[in-house]
Write a protein that binds this ligand. Structure first.
Ligand code: GTP
Length: 598
């Protein structure tokens, strides 16, 4: 198929607006995949993804569509992740396309994340086709959704396509619009090879596989290729297309989308955004926009059982093979023993990694409170970066501290405005502006510390707006802030894994909450256990777990044997999940208590 008949596009949609369902309909209509195979939605591969309903990793699929003009077109759909943690990957996927379908749920309207991604698409000069989906729903208000597309995004919605991905209505119109409205890719086969890596995966047989859009030139098996960000050279073992499974081909040319396997051992060498060129006839300049993904959120991950350290190390290593933005290095904690300091793109990324470790690798993990990277200027003139409370310098050595700030956009129904403004105030936010979309919905923009967002902003927003608000944020820079390290002491001993860095004004409140919470979850011992919170050695809150009275133990005697056995079993189970800190038994929940506050 000649380049004039190739169309590369992606789908922009808020979670649950119907991206996967519509993609499925497109695949069915073009016979890319039979209905029988369709039971599982093709574009979301990971189980975890399905359960969370979040597209985590971008994937691609190609379709052949015979259009009304009687000609066959090659359509490449590139899937984009729908979460703010993966914004950079989204931008690279968009850079691989000439057009985008913008799906808006007719009963929900536009959401913050949709808006952010649409702006990204406009920045990349993509042709955007608005699609109003779920028009079969009784609660659908397609005209209102159209109006929002026009007023909020400023797109002409006159030609918006009305679909029901559920019934299949409008699917053919979508395919025709892709052919007619999205331009064919430009590019030149004769120029030196430049291929944009927009995603990668790790395959046990093929190694790290790069998903590419060929911009200029062409690529074939046995060719020597060079990664332009690292200058590393590889020999192409296999190239192919997504059908939707990987299918080898002999040739990929300018405008095409496919994969490249070259015996690459690690996805570190197939970085998203990097440019692949010909090693013998390299391009002069790489494609613009490459950024190395940097972790923004850090936490400690420890095996609940000490013996699982090696398994955890192995599992993290395996995950890293397919996730170049996951960072980890060994660290030790007096309280938790040997574990790892891990870095993530954001909180969702962190949750996903933790869940995969528990599910796919059967590990039981204790995580410490997530932290951002603080910049500390010390009195001796040096400047250090701190992502681990343990490395926080003594207050006497600190000249000033800076913390990362973001611009947060929150879209919500006007009736929750008061509640959300209160929340943002509590989160040390300053309002930058407020924009009414219509009489029912508004966008609030705030300057806010990233550390407040990762603490519990998502959860709070959800609960205070009954799930009707959506949030998007972007890092803007560092600002001076009065941060302190809060230590928790049990029986007079600091538990390093419970320490965290917090704003001075919040320290007292947080200290009280945590000591109270810990009092609830720490079992009684034979002696009194004081729980204290301290800043730089000064105690600012205290609770006490009273000593156990001896006669309570008497209950353990008597009763029939099977019951006793059960009790013993239970105790054993319980023991397992206890950590001994000095002479205090600390349940795993205690660590959660620091992470989550109701
Ligand atoms: P993520 O993969 O979680 O980002 O969501 P998505 O945007 O891919 O949404 P998905 O296709 O999974 O659809 C979300 C829900 O909406 C599913 O329960 C679908 O069955 C349903 N749905 C999708 N399209 C339609 C539609 O046109 N009409 C109706 N009634 N339901 C739809």
């Amino acid at each position: 198929i000649p380049r004039q008949r190739i169309r590369n596009f992606c789908i922009i949609a808020h979670i649950d607006h119907g991206k996967s369902t519509l993609a499925d309909r497109l695949l069915e209509y073009t016979n890319t995949i039979s209905e029988r195979k369709m039971q599982d939605q093709v574009l979301d591969k990971m189980d975890l993804e399905k359960e969370r309903g979040i597209t985590i990793k971008a994937k691609a699929v190609r379709m052949i569509y015979k259009a009304d003009d009687g000609k066959e077109y090659l359509l490449n759909l590139i899937d984009t992740p729908g979460h703010v943690d993966f914004n950079y990957e989204v931008s690279r996927s968009l850079a691989a396309c000439e057009g985008a379908l913008l799906i808006v749920d007719a009963s929900q309207g536009i959401e913050a994340q949709t808006l952010a991604n649409t702006y990204l698409a406009l920045e990349h000069n993509l042709e955007i086709i608005p699609i109003i989906n779920k028009i079969d729903l009784p609660s659908a208000e397609p005209d209102e959704a159209k109006r929002e597309v026009e007023e909020i995004i400023g797109l002409d919605a006159e030609n918006a396509i009305m679909t029901s991905a559920k019934t299949g209505q409008g699917v053919k119109e979508v395919l025709e619009a892709i052919v007619q409205r999205i331009p064919a890719p430009e590019g030149c086969n004769e120029l030196p090879l430049r291929a944009l890596i927009f995603d990668s995966l790790y395959d046990p047989y093929k190694g790290a596989v790069a998903f590419v859009r060929v911009i200029d030139g062409h690529i074939r098996p046995k060719q020597m290729i060079k990664m332009m960000s690292t200058n590393n050279i590889f020999e192409v073992a296999e190239i192919g297309v997504f059908n939707p499974d990987m299918q080898p081909v002999q040739y990929l040319q300018a405008g095409e989308v496919g994969y490249v396997a070259a015996g690459i051992k690690n996805v570190i060498d197939t970085r998203v955004g990097d440019t692949i060129t010909d090693a013998e006839n390299p391009a002069k300049k790489p494609l613009p926009g490459y950024k190395k993904a940097v972790p923004m959120v850090f936490c400690g991950m420890y095996p609940a059982e000490g013996e699982e350290y090696e398994s955890l190390k192995e599992a993290l290593g395996k995950l890293q093979l397919s996730d170049a933005s996951l960072f980890f290095e060994p660290e030790t904690s007096a309280a938790l023993g040997f574990g790892f300091r891990c870095g993530f793109l954001g909180l969702l990324h962190m949750d996903v990694v933790q869940e995969r470790l528990e599910r796919e690798y059967n590990l039981n993990i204790i995580t410490t409170a997530p932290s951002v990277i603080f910049k500390v200027k010390k009195t001796d003139g040096s400047k250090i970066e701190v992502d681990n409370p343990t490395n926080f310098p003594d207050p006497a050595e600190i000249e000033y501290i800076e913390e990362p700030y973001v611009e947060a956009s929150i879209m919500l129904p006007t009736e929750y405005m008061g509640a959300v403004m209160d929340l943002c105030q509590e989160k040390r936010g300053t309002m930058k502006d407020m924009e009414y979309i219509n009489e029912k919905r508004v966008i609030l923009r705030y300057d806010m510390p990233l550390s407040e967002i990762i603490y519990d902003l998502f959860d709070q927003l959800k609960s205070r707006t009954r799930g009707y608000a959506s949030l998007d944020y972007e890092l803007t820079g560092y600002k001076k802030s009065d941060m302190v390290k809060l230590d928790i002491l049990l029986n007079g001993e600091i538990v390093d894994a419970l320490s965290f860095i917090v704003h001075k004004d919040k320290a007292y409140g947080r200290a009280r909450q945590i000591t109270e919470k810990l009092k609830e979850v720490i079992p009684r011992h034979l002696f009194e256990v004081p729980i204290q919170a301290a800043i730089g050695g000064k105690i600012i809150a205290r609770e006490t777990v009273k000593a156990l009275r001896k006669n309570v133990l008497a209950k353990c005697y008597g009763g029939d044997i099977s019951r006793k056995k059960k009790l013993l079993e239970k105790q054993k189970e319980g023991k397992k999940r206890m950590r001994k800190i000095g002479n205090v038994e600390l349940p795993q929940e205690a660590f959660m208590a620091v992470l989550k506050m109701e």
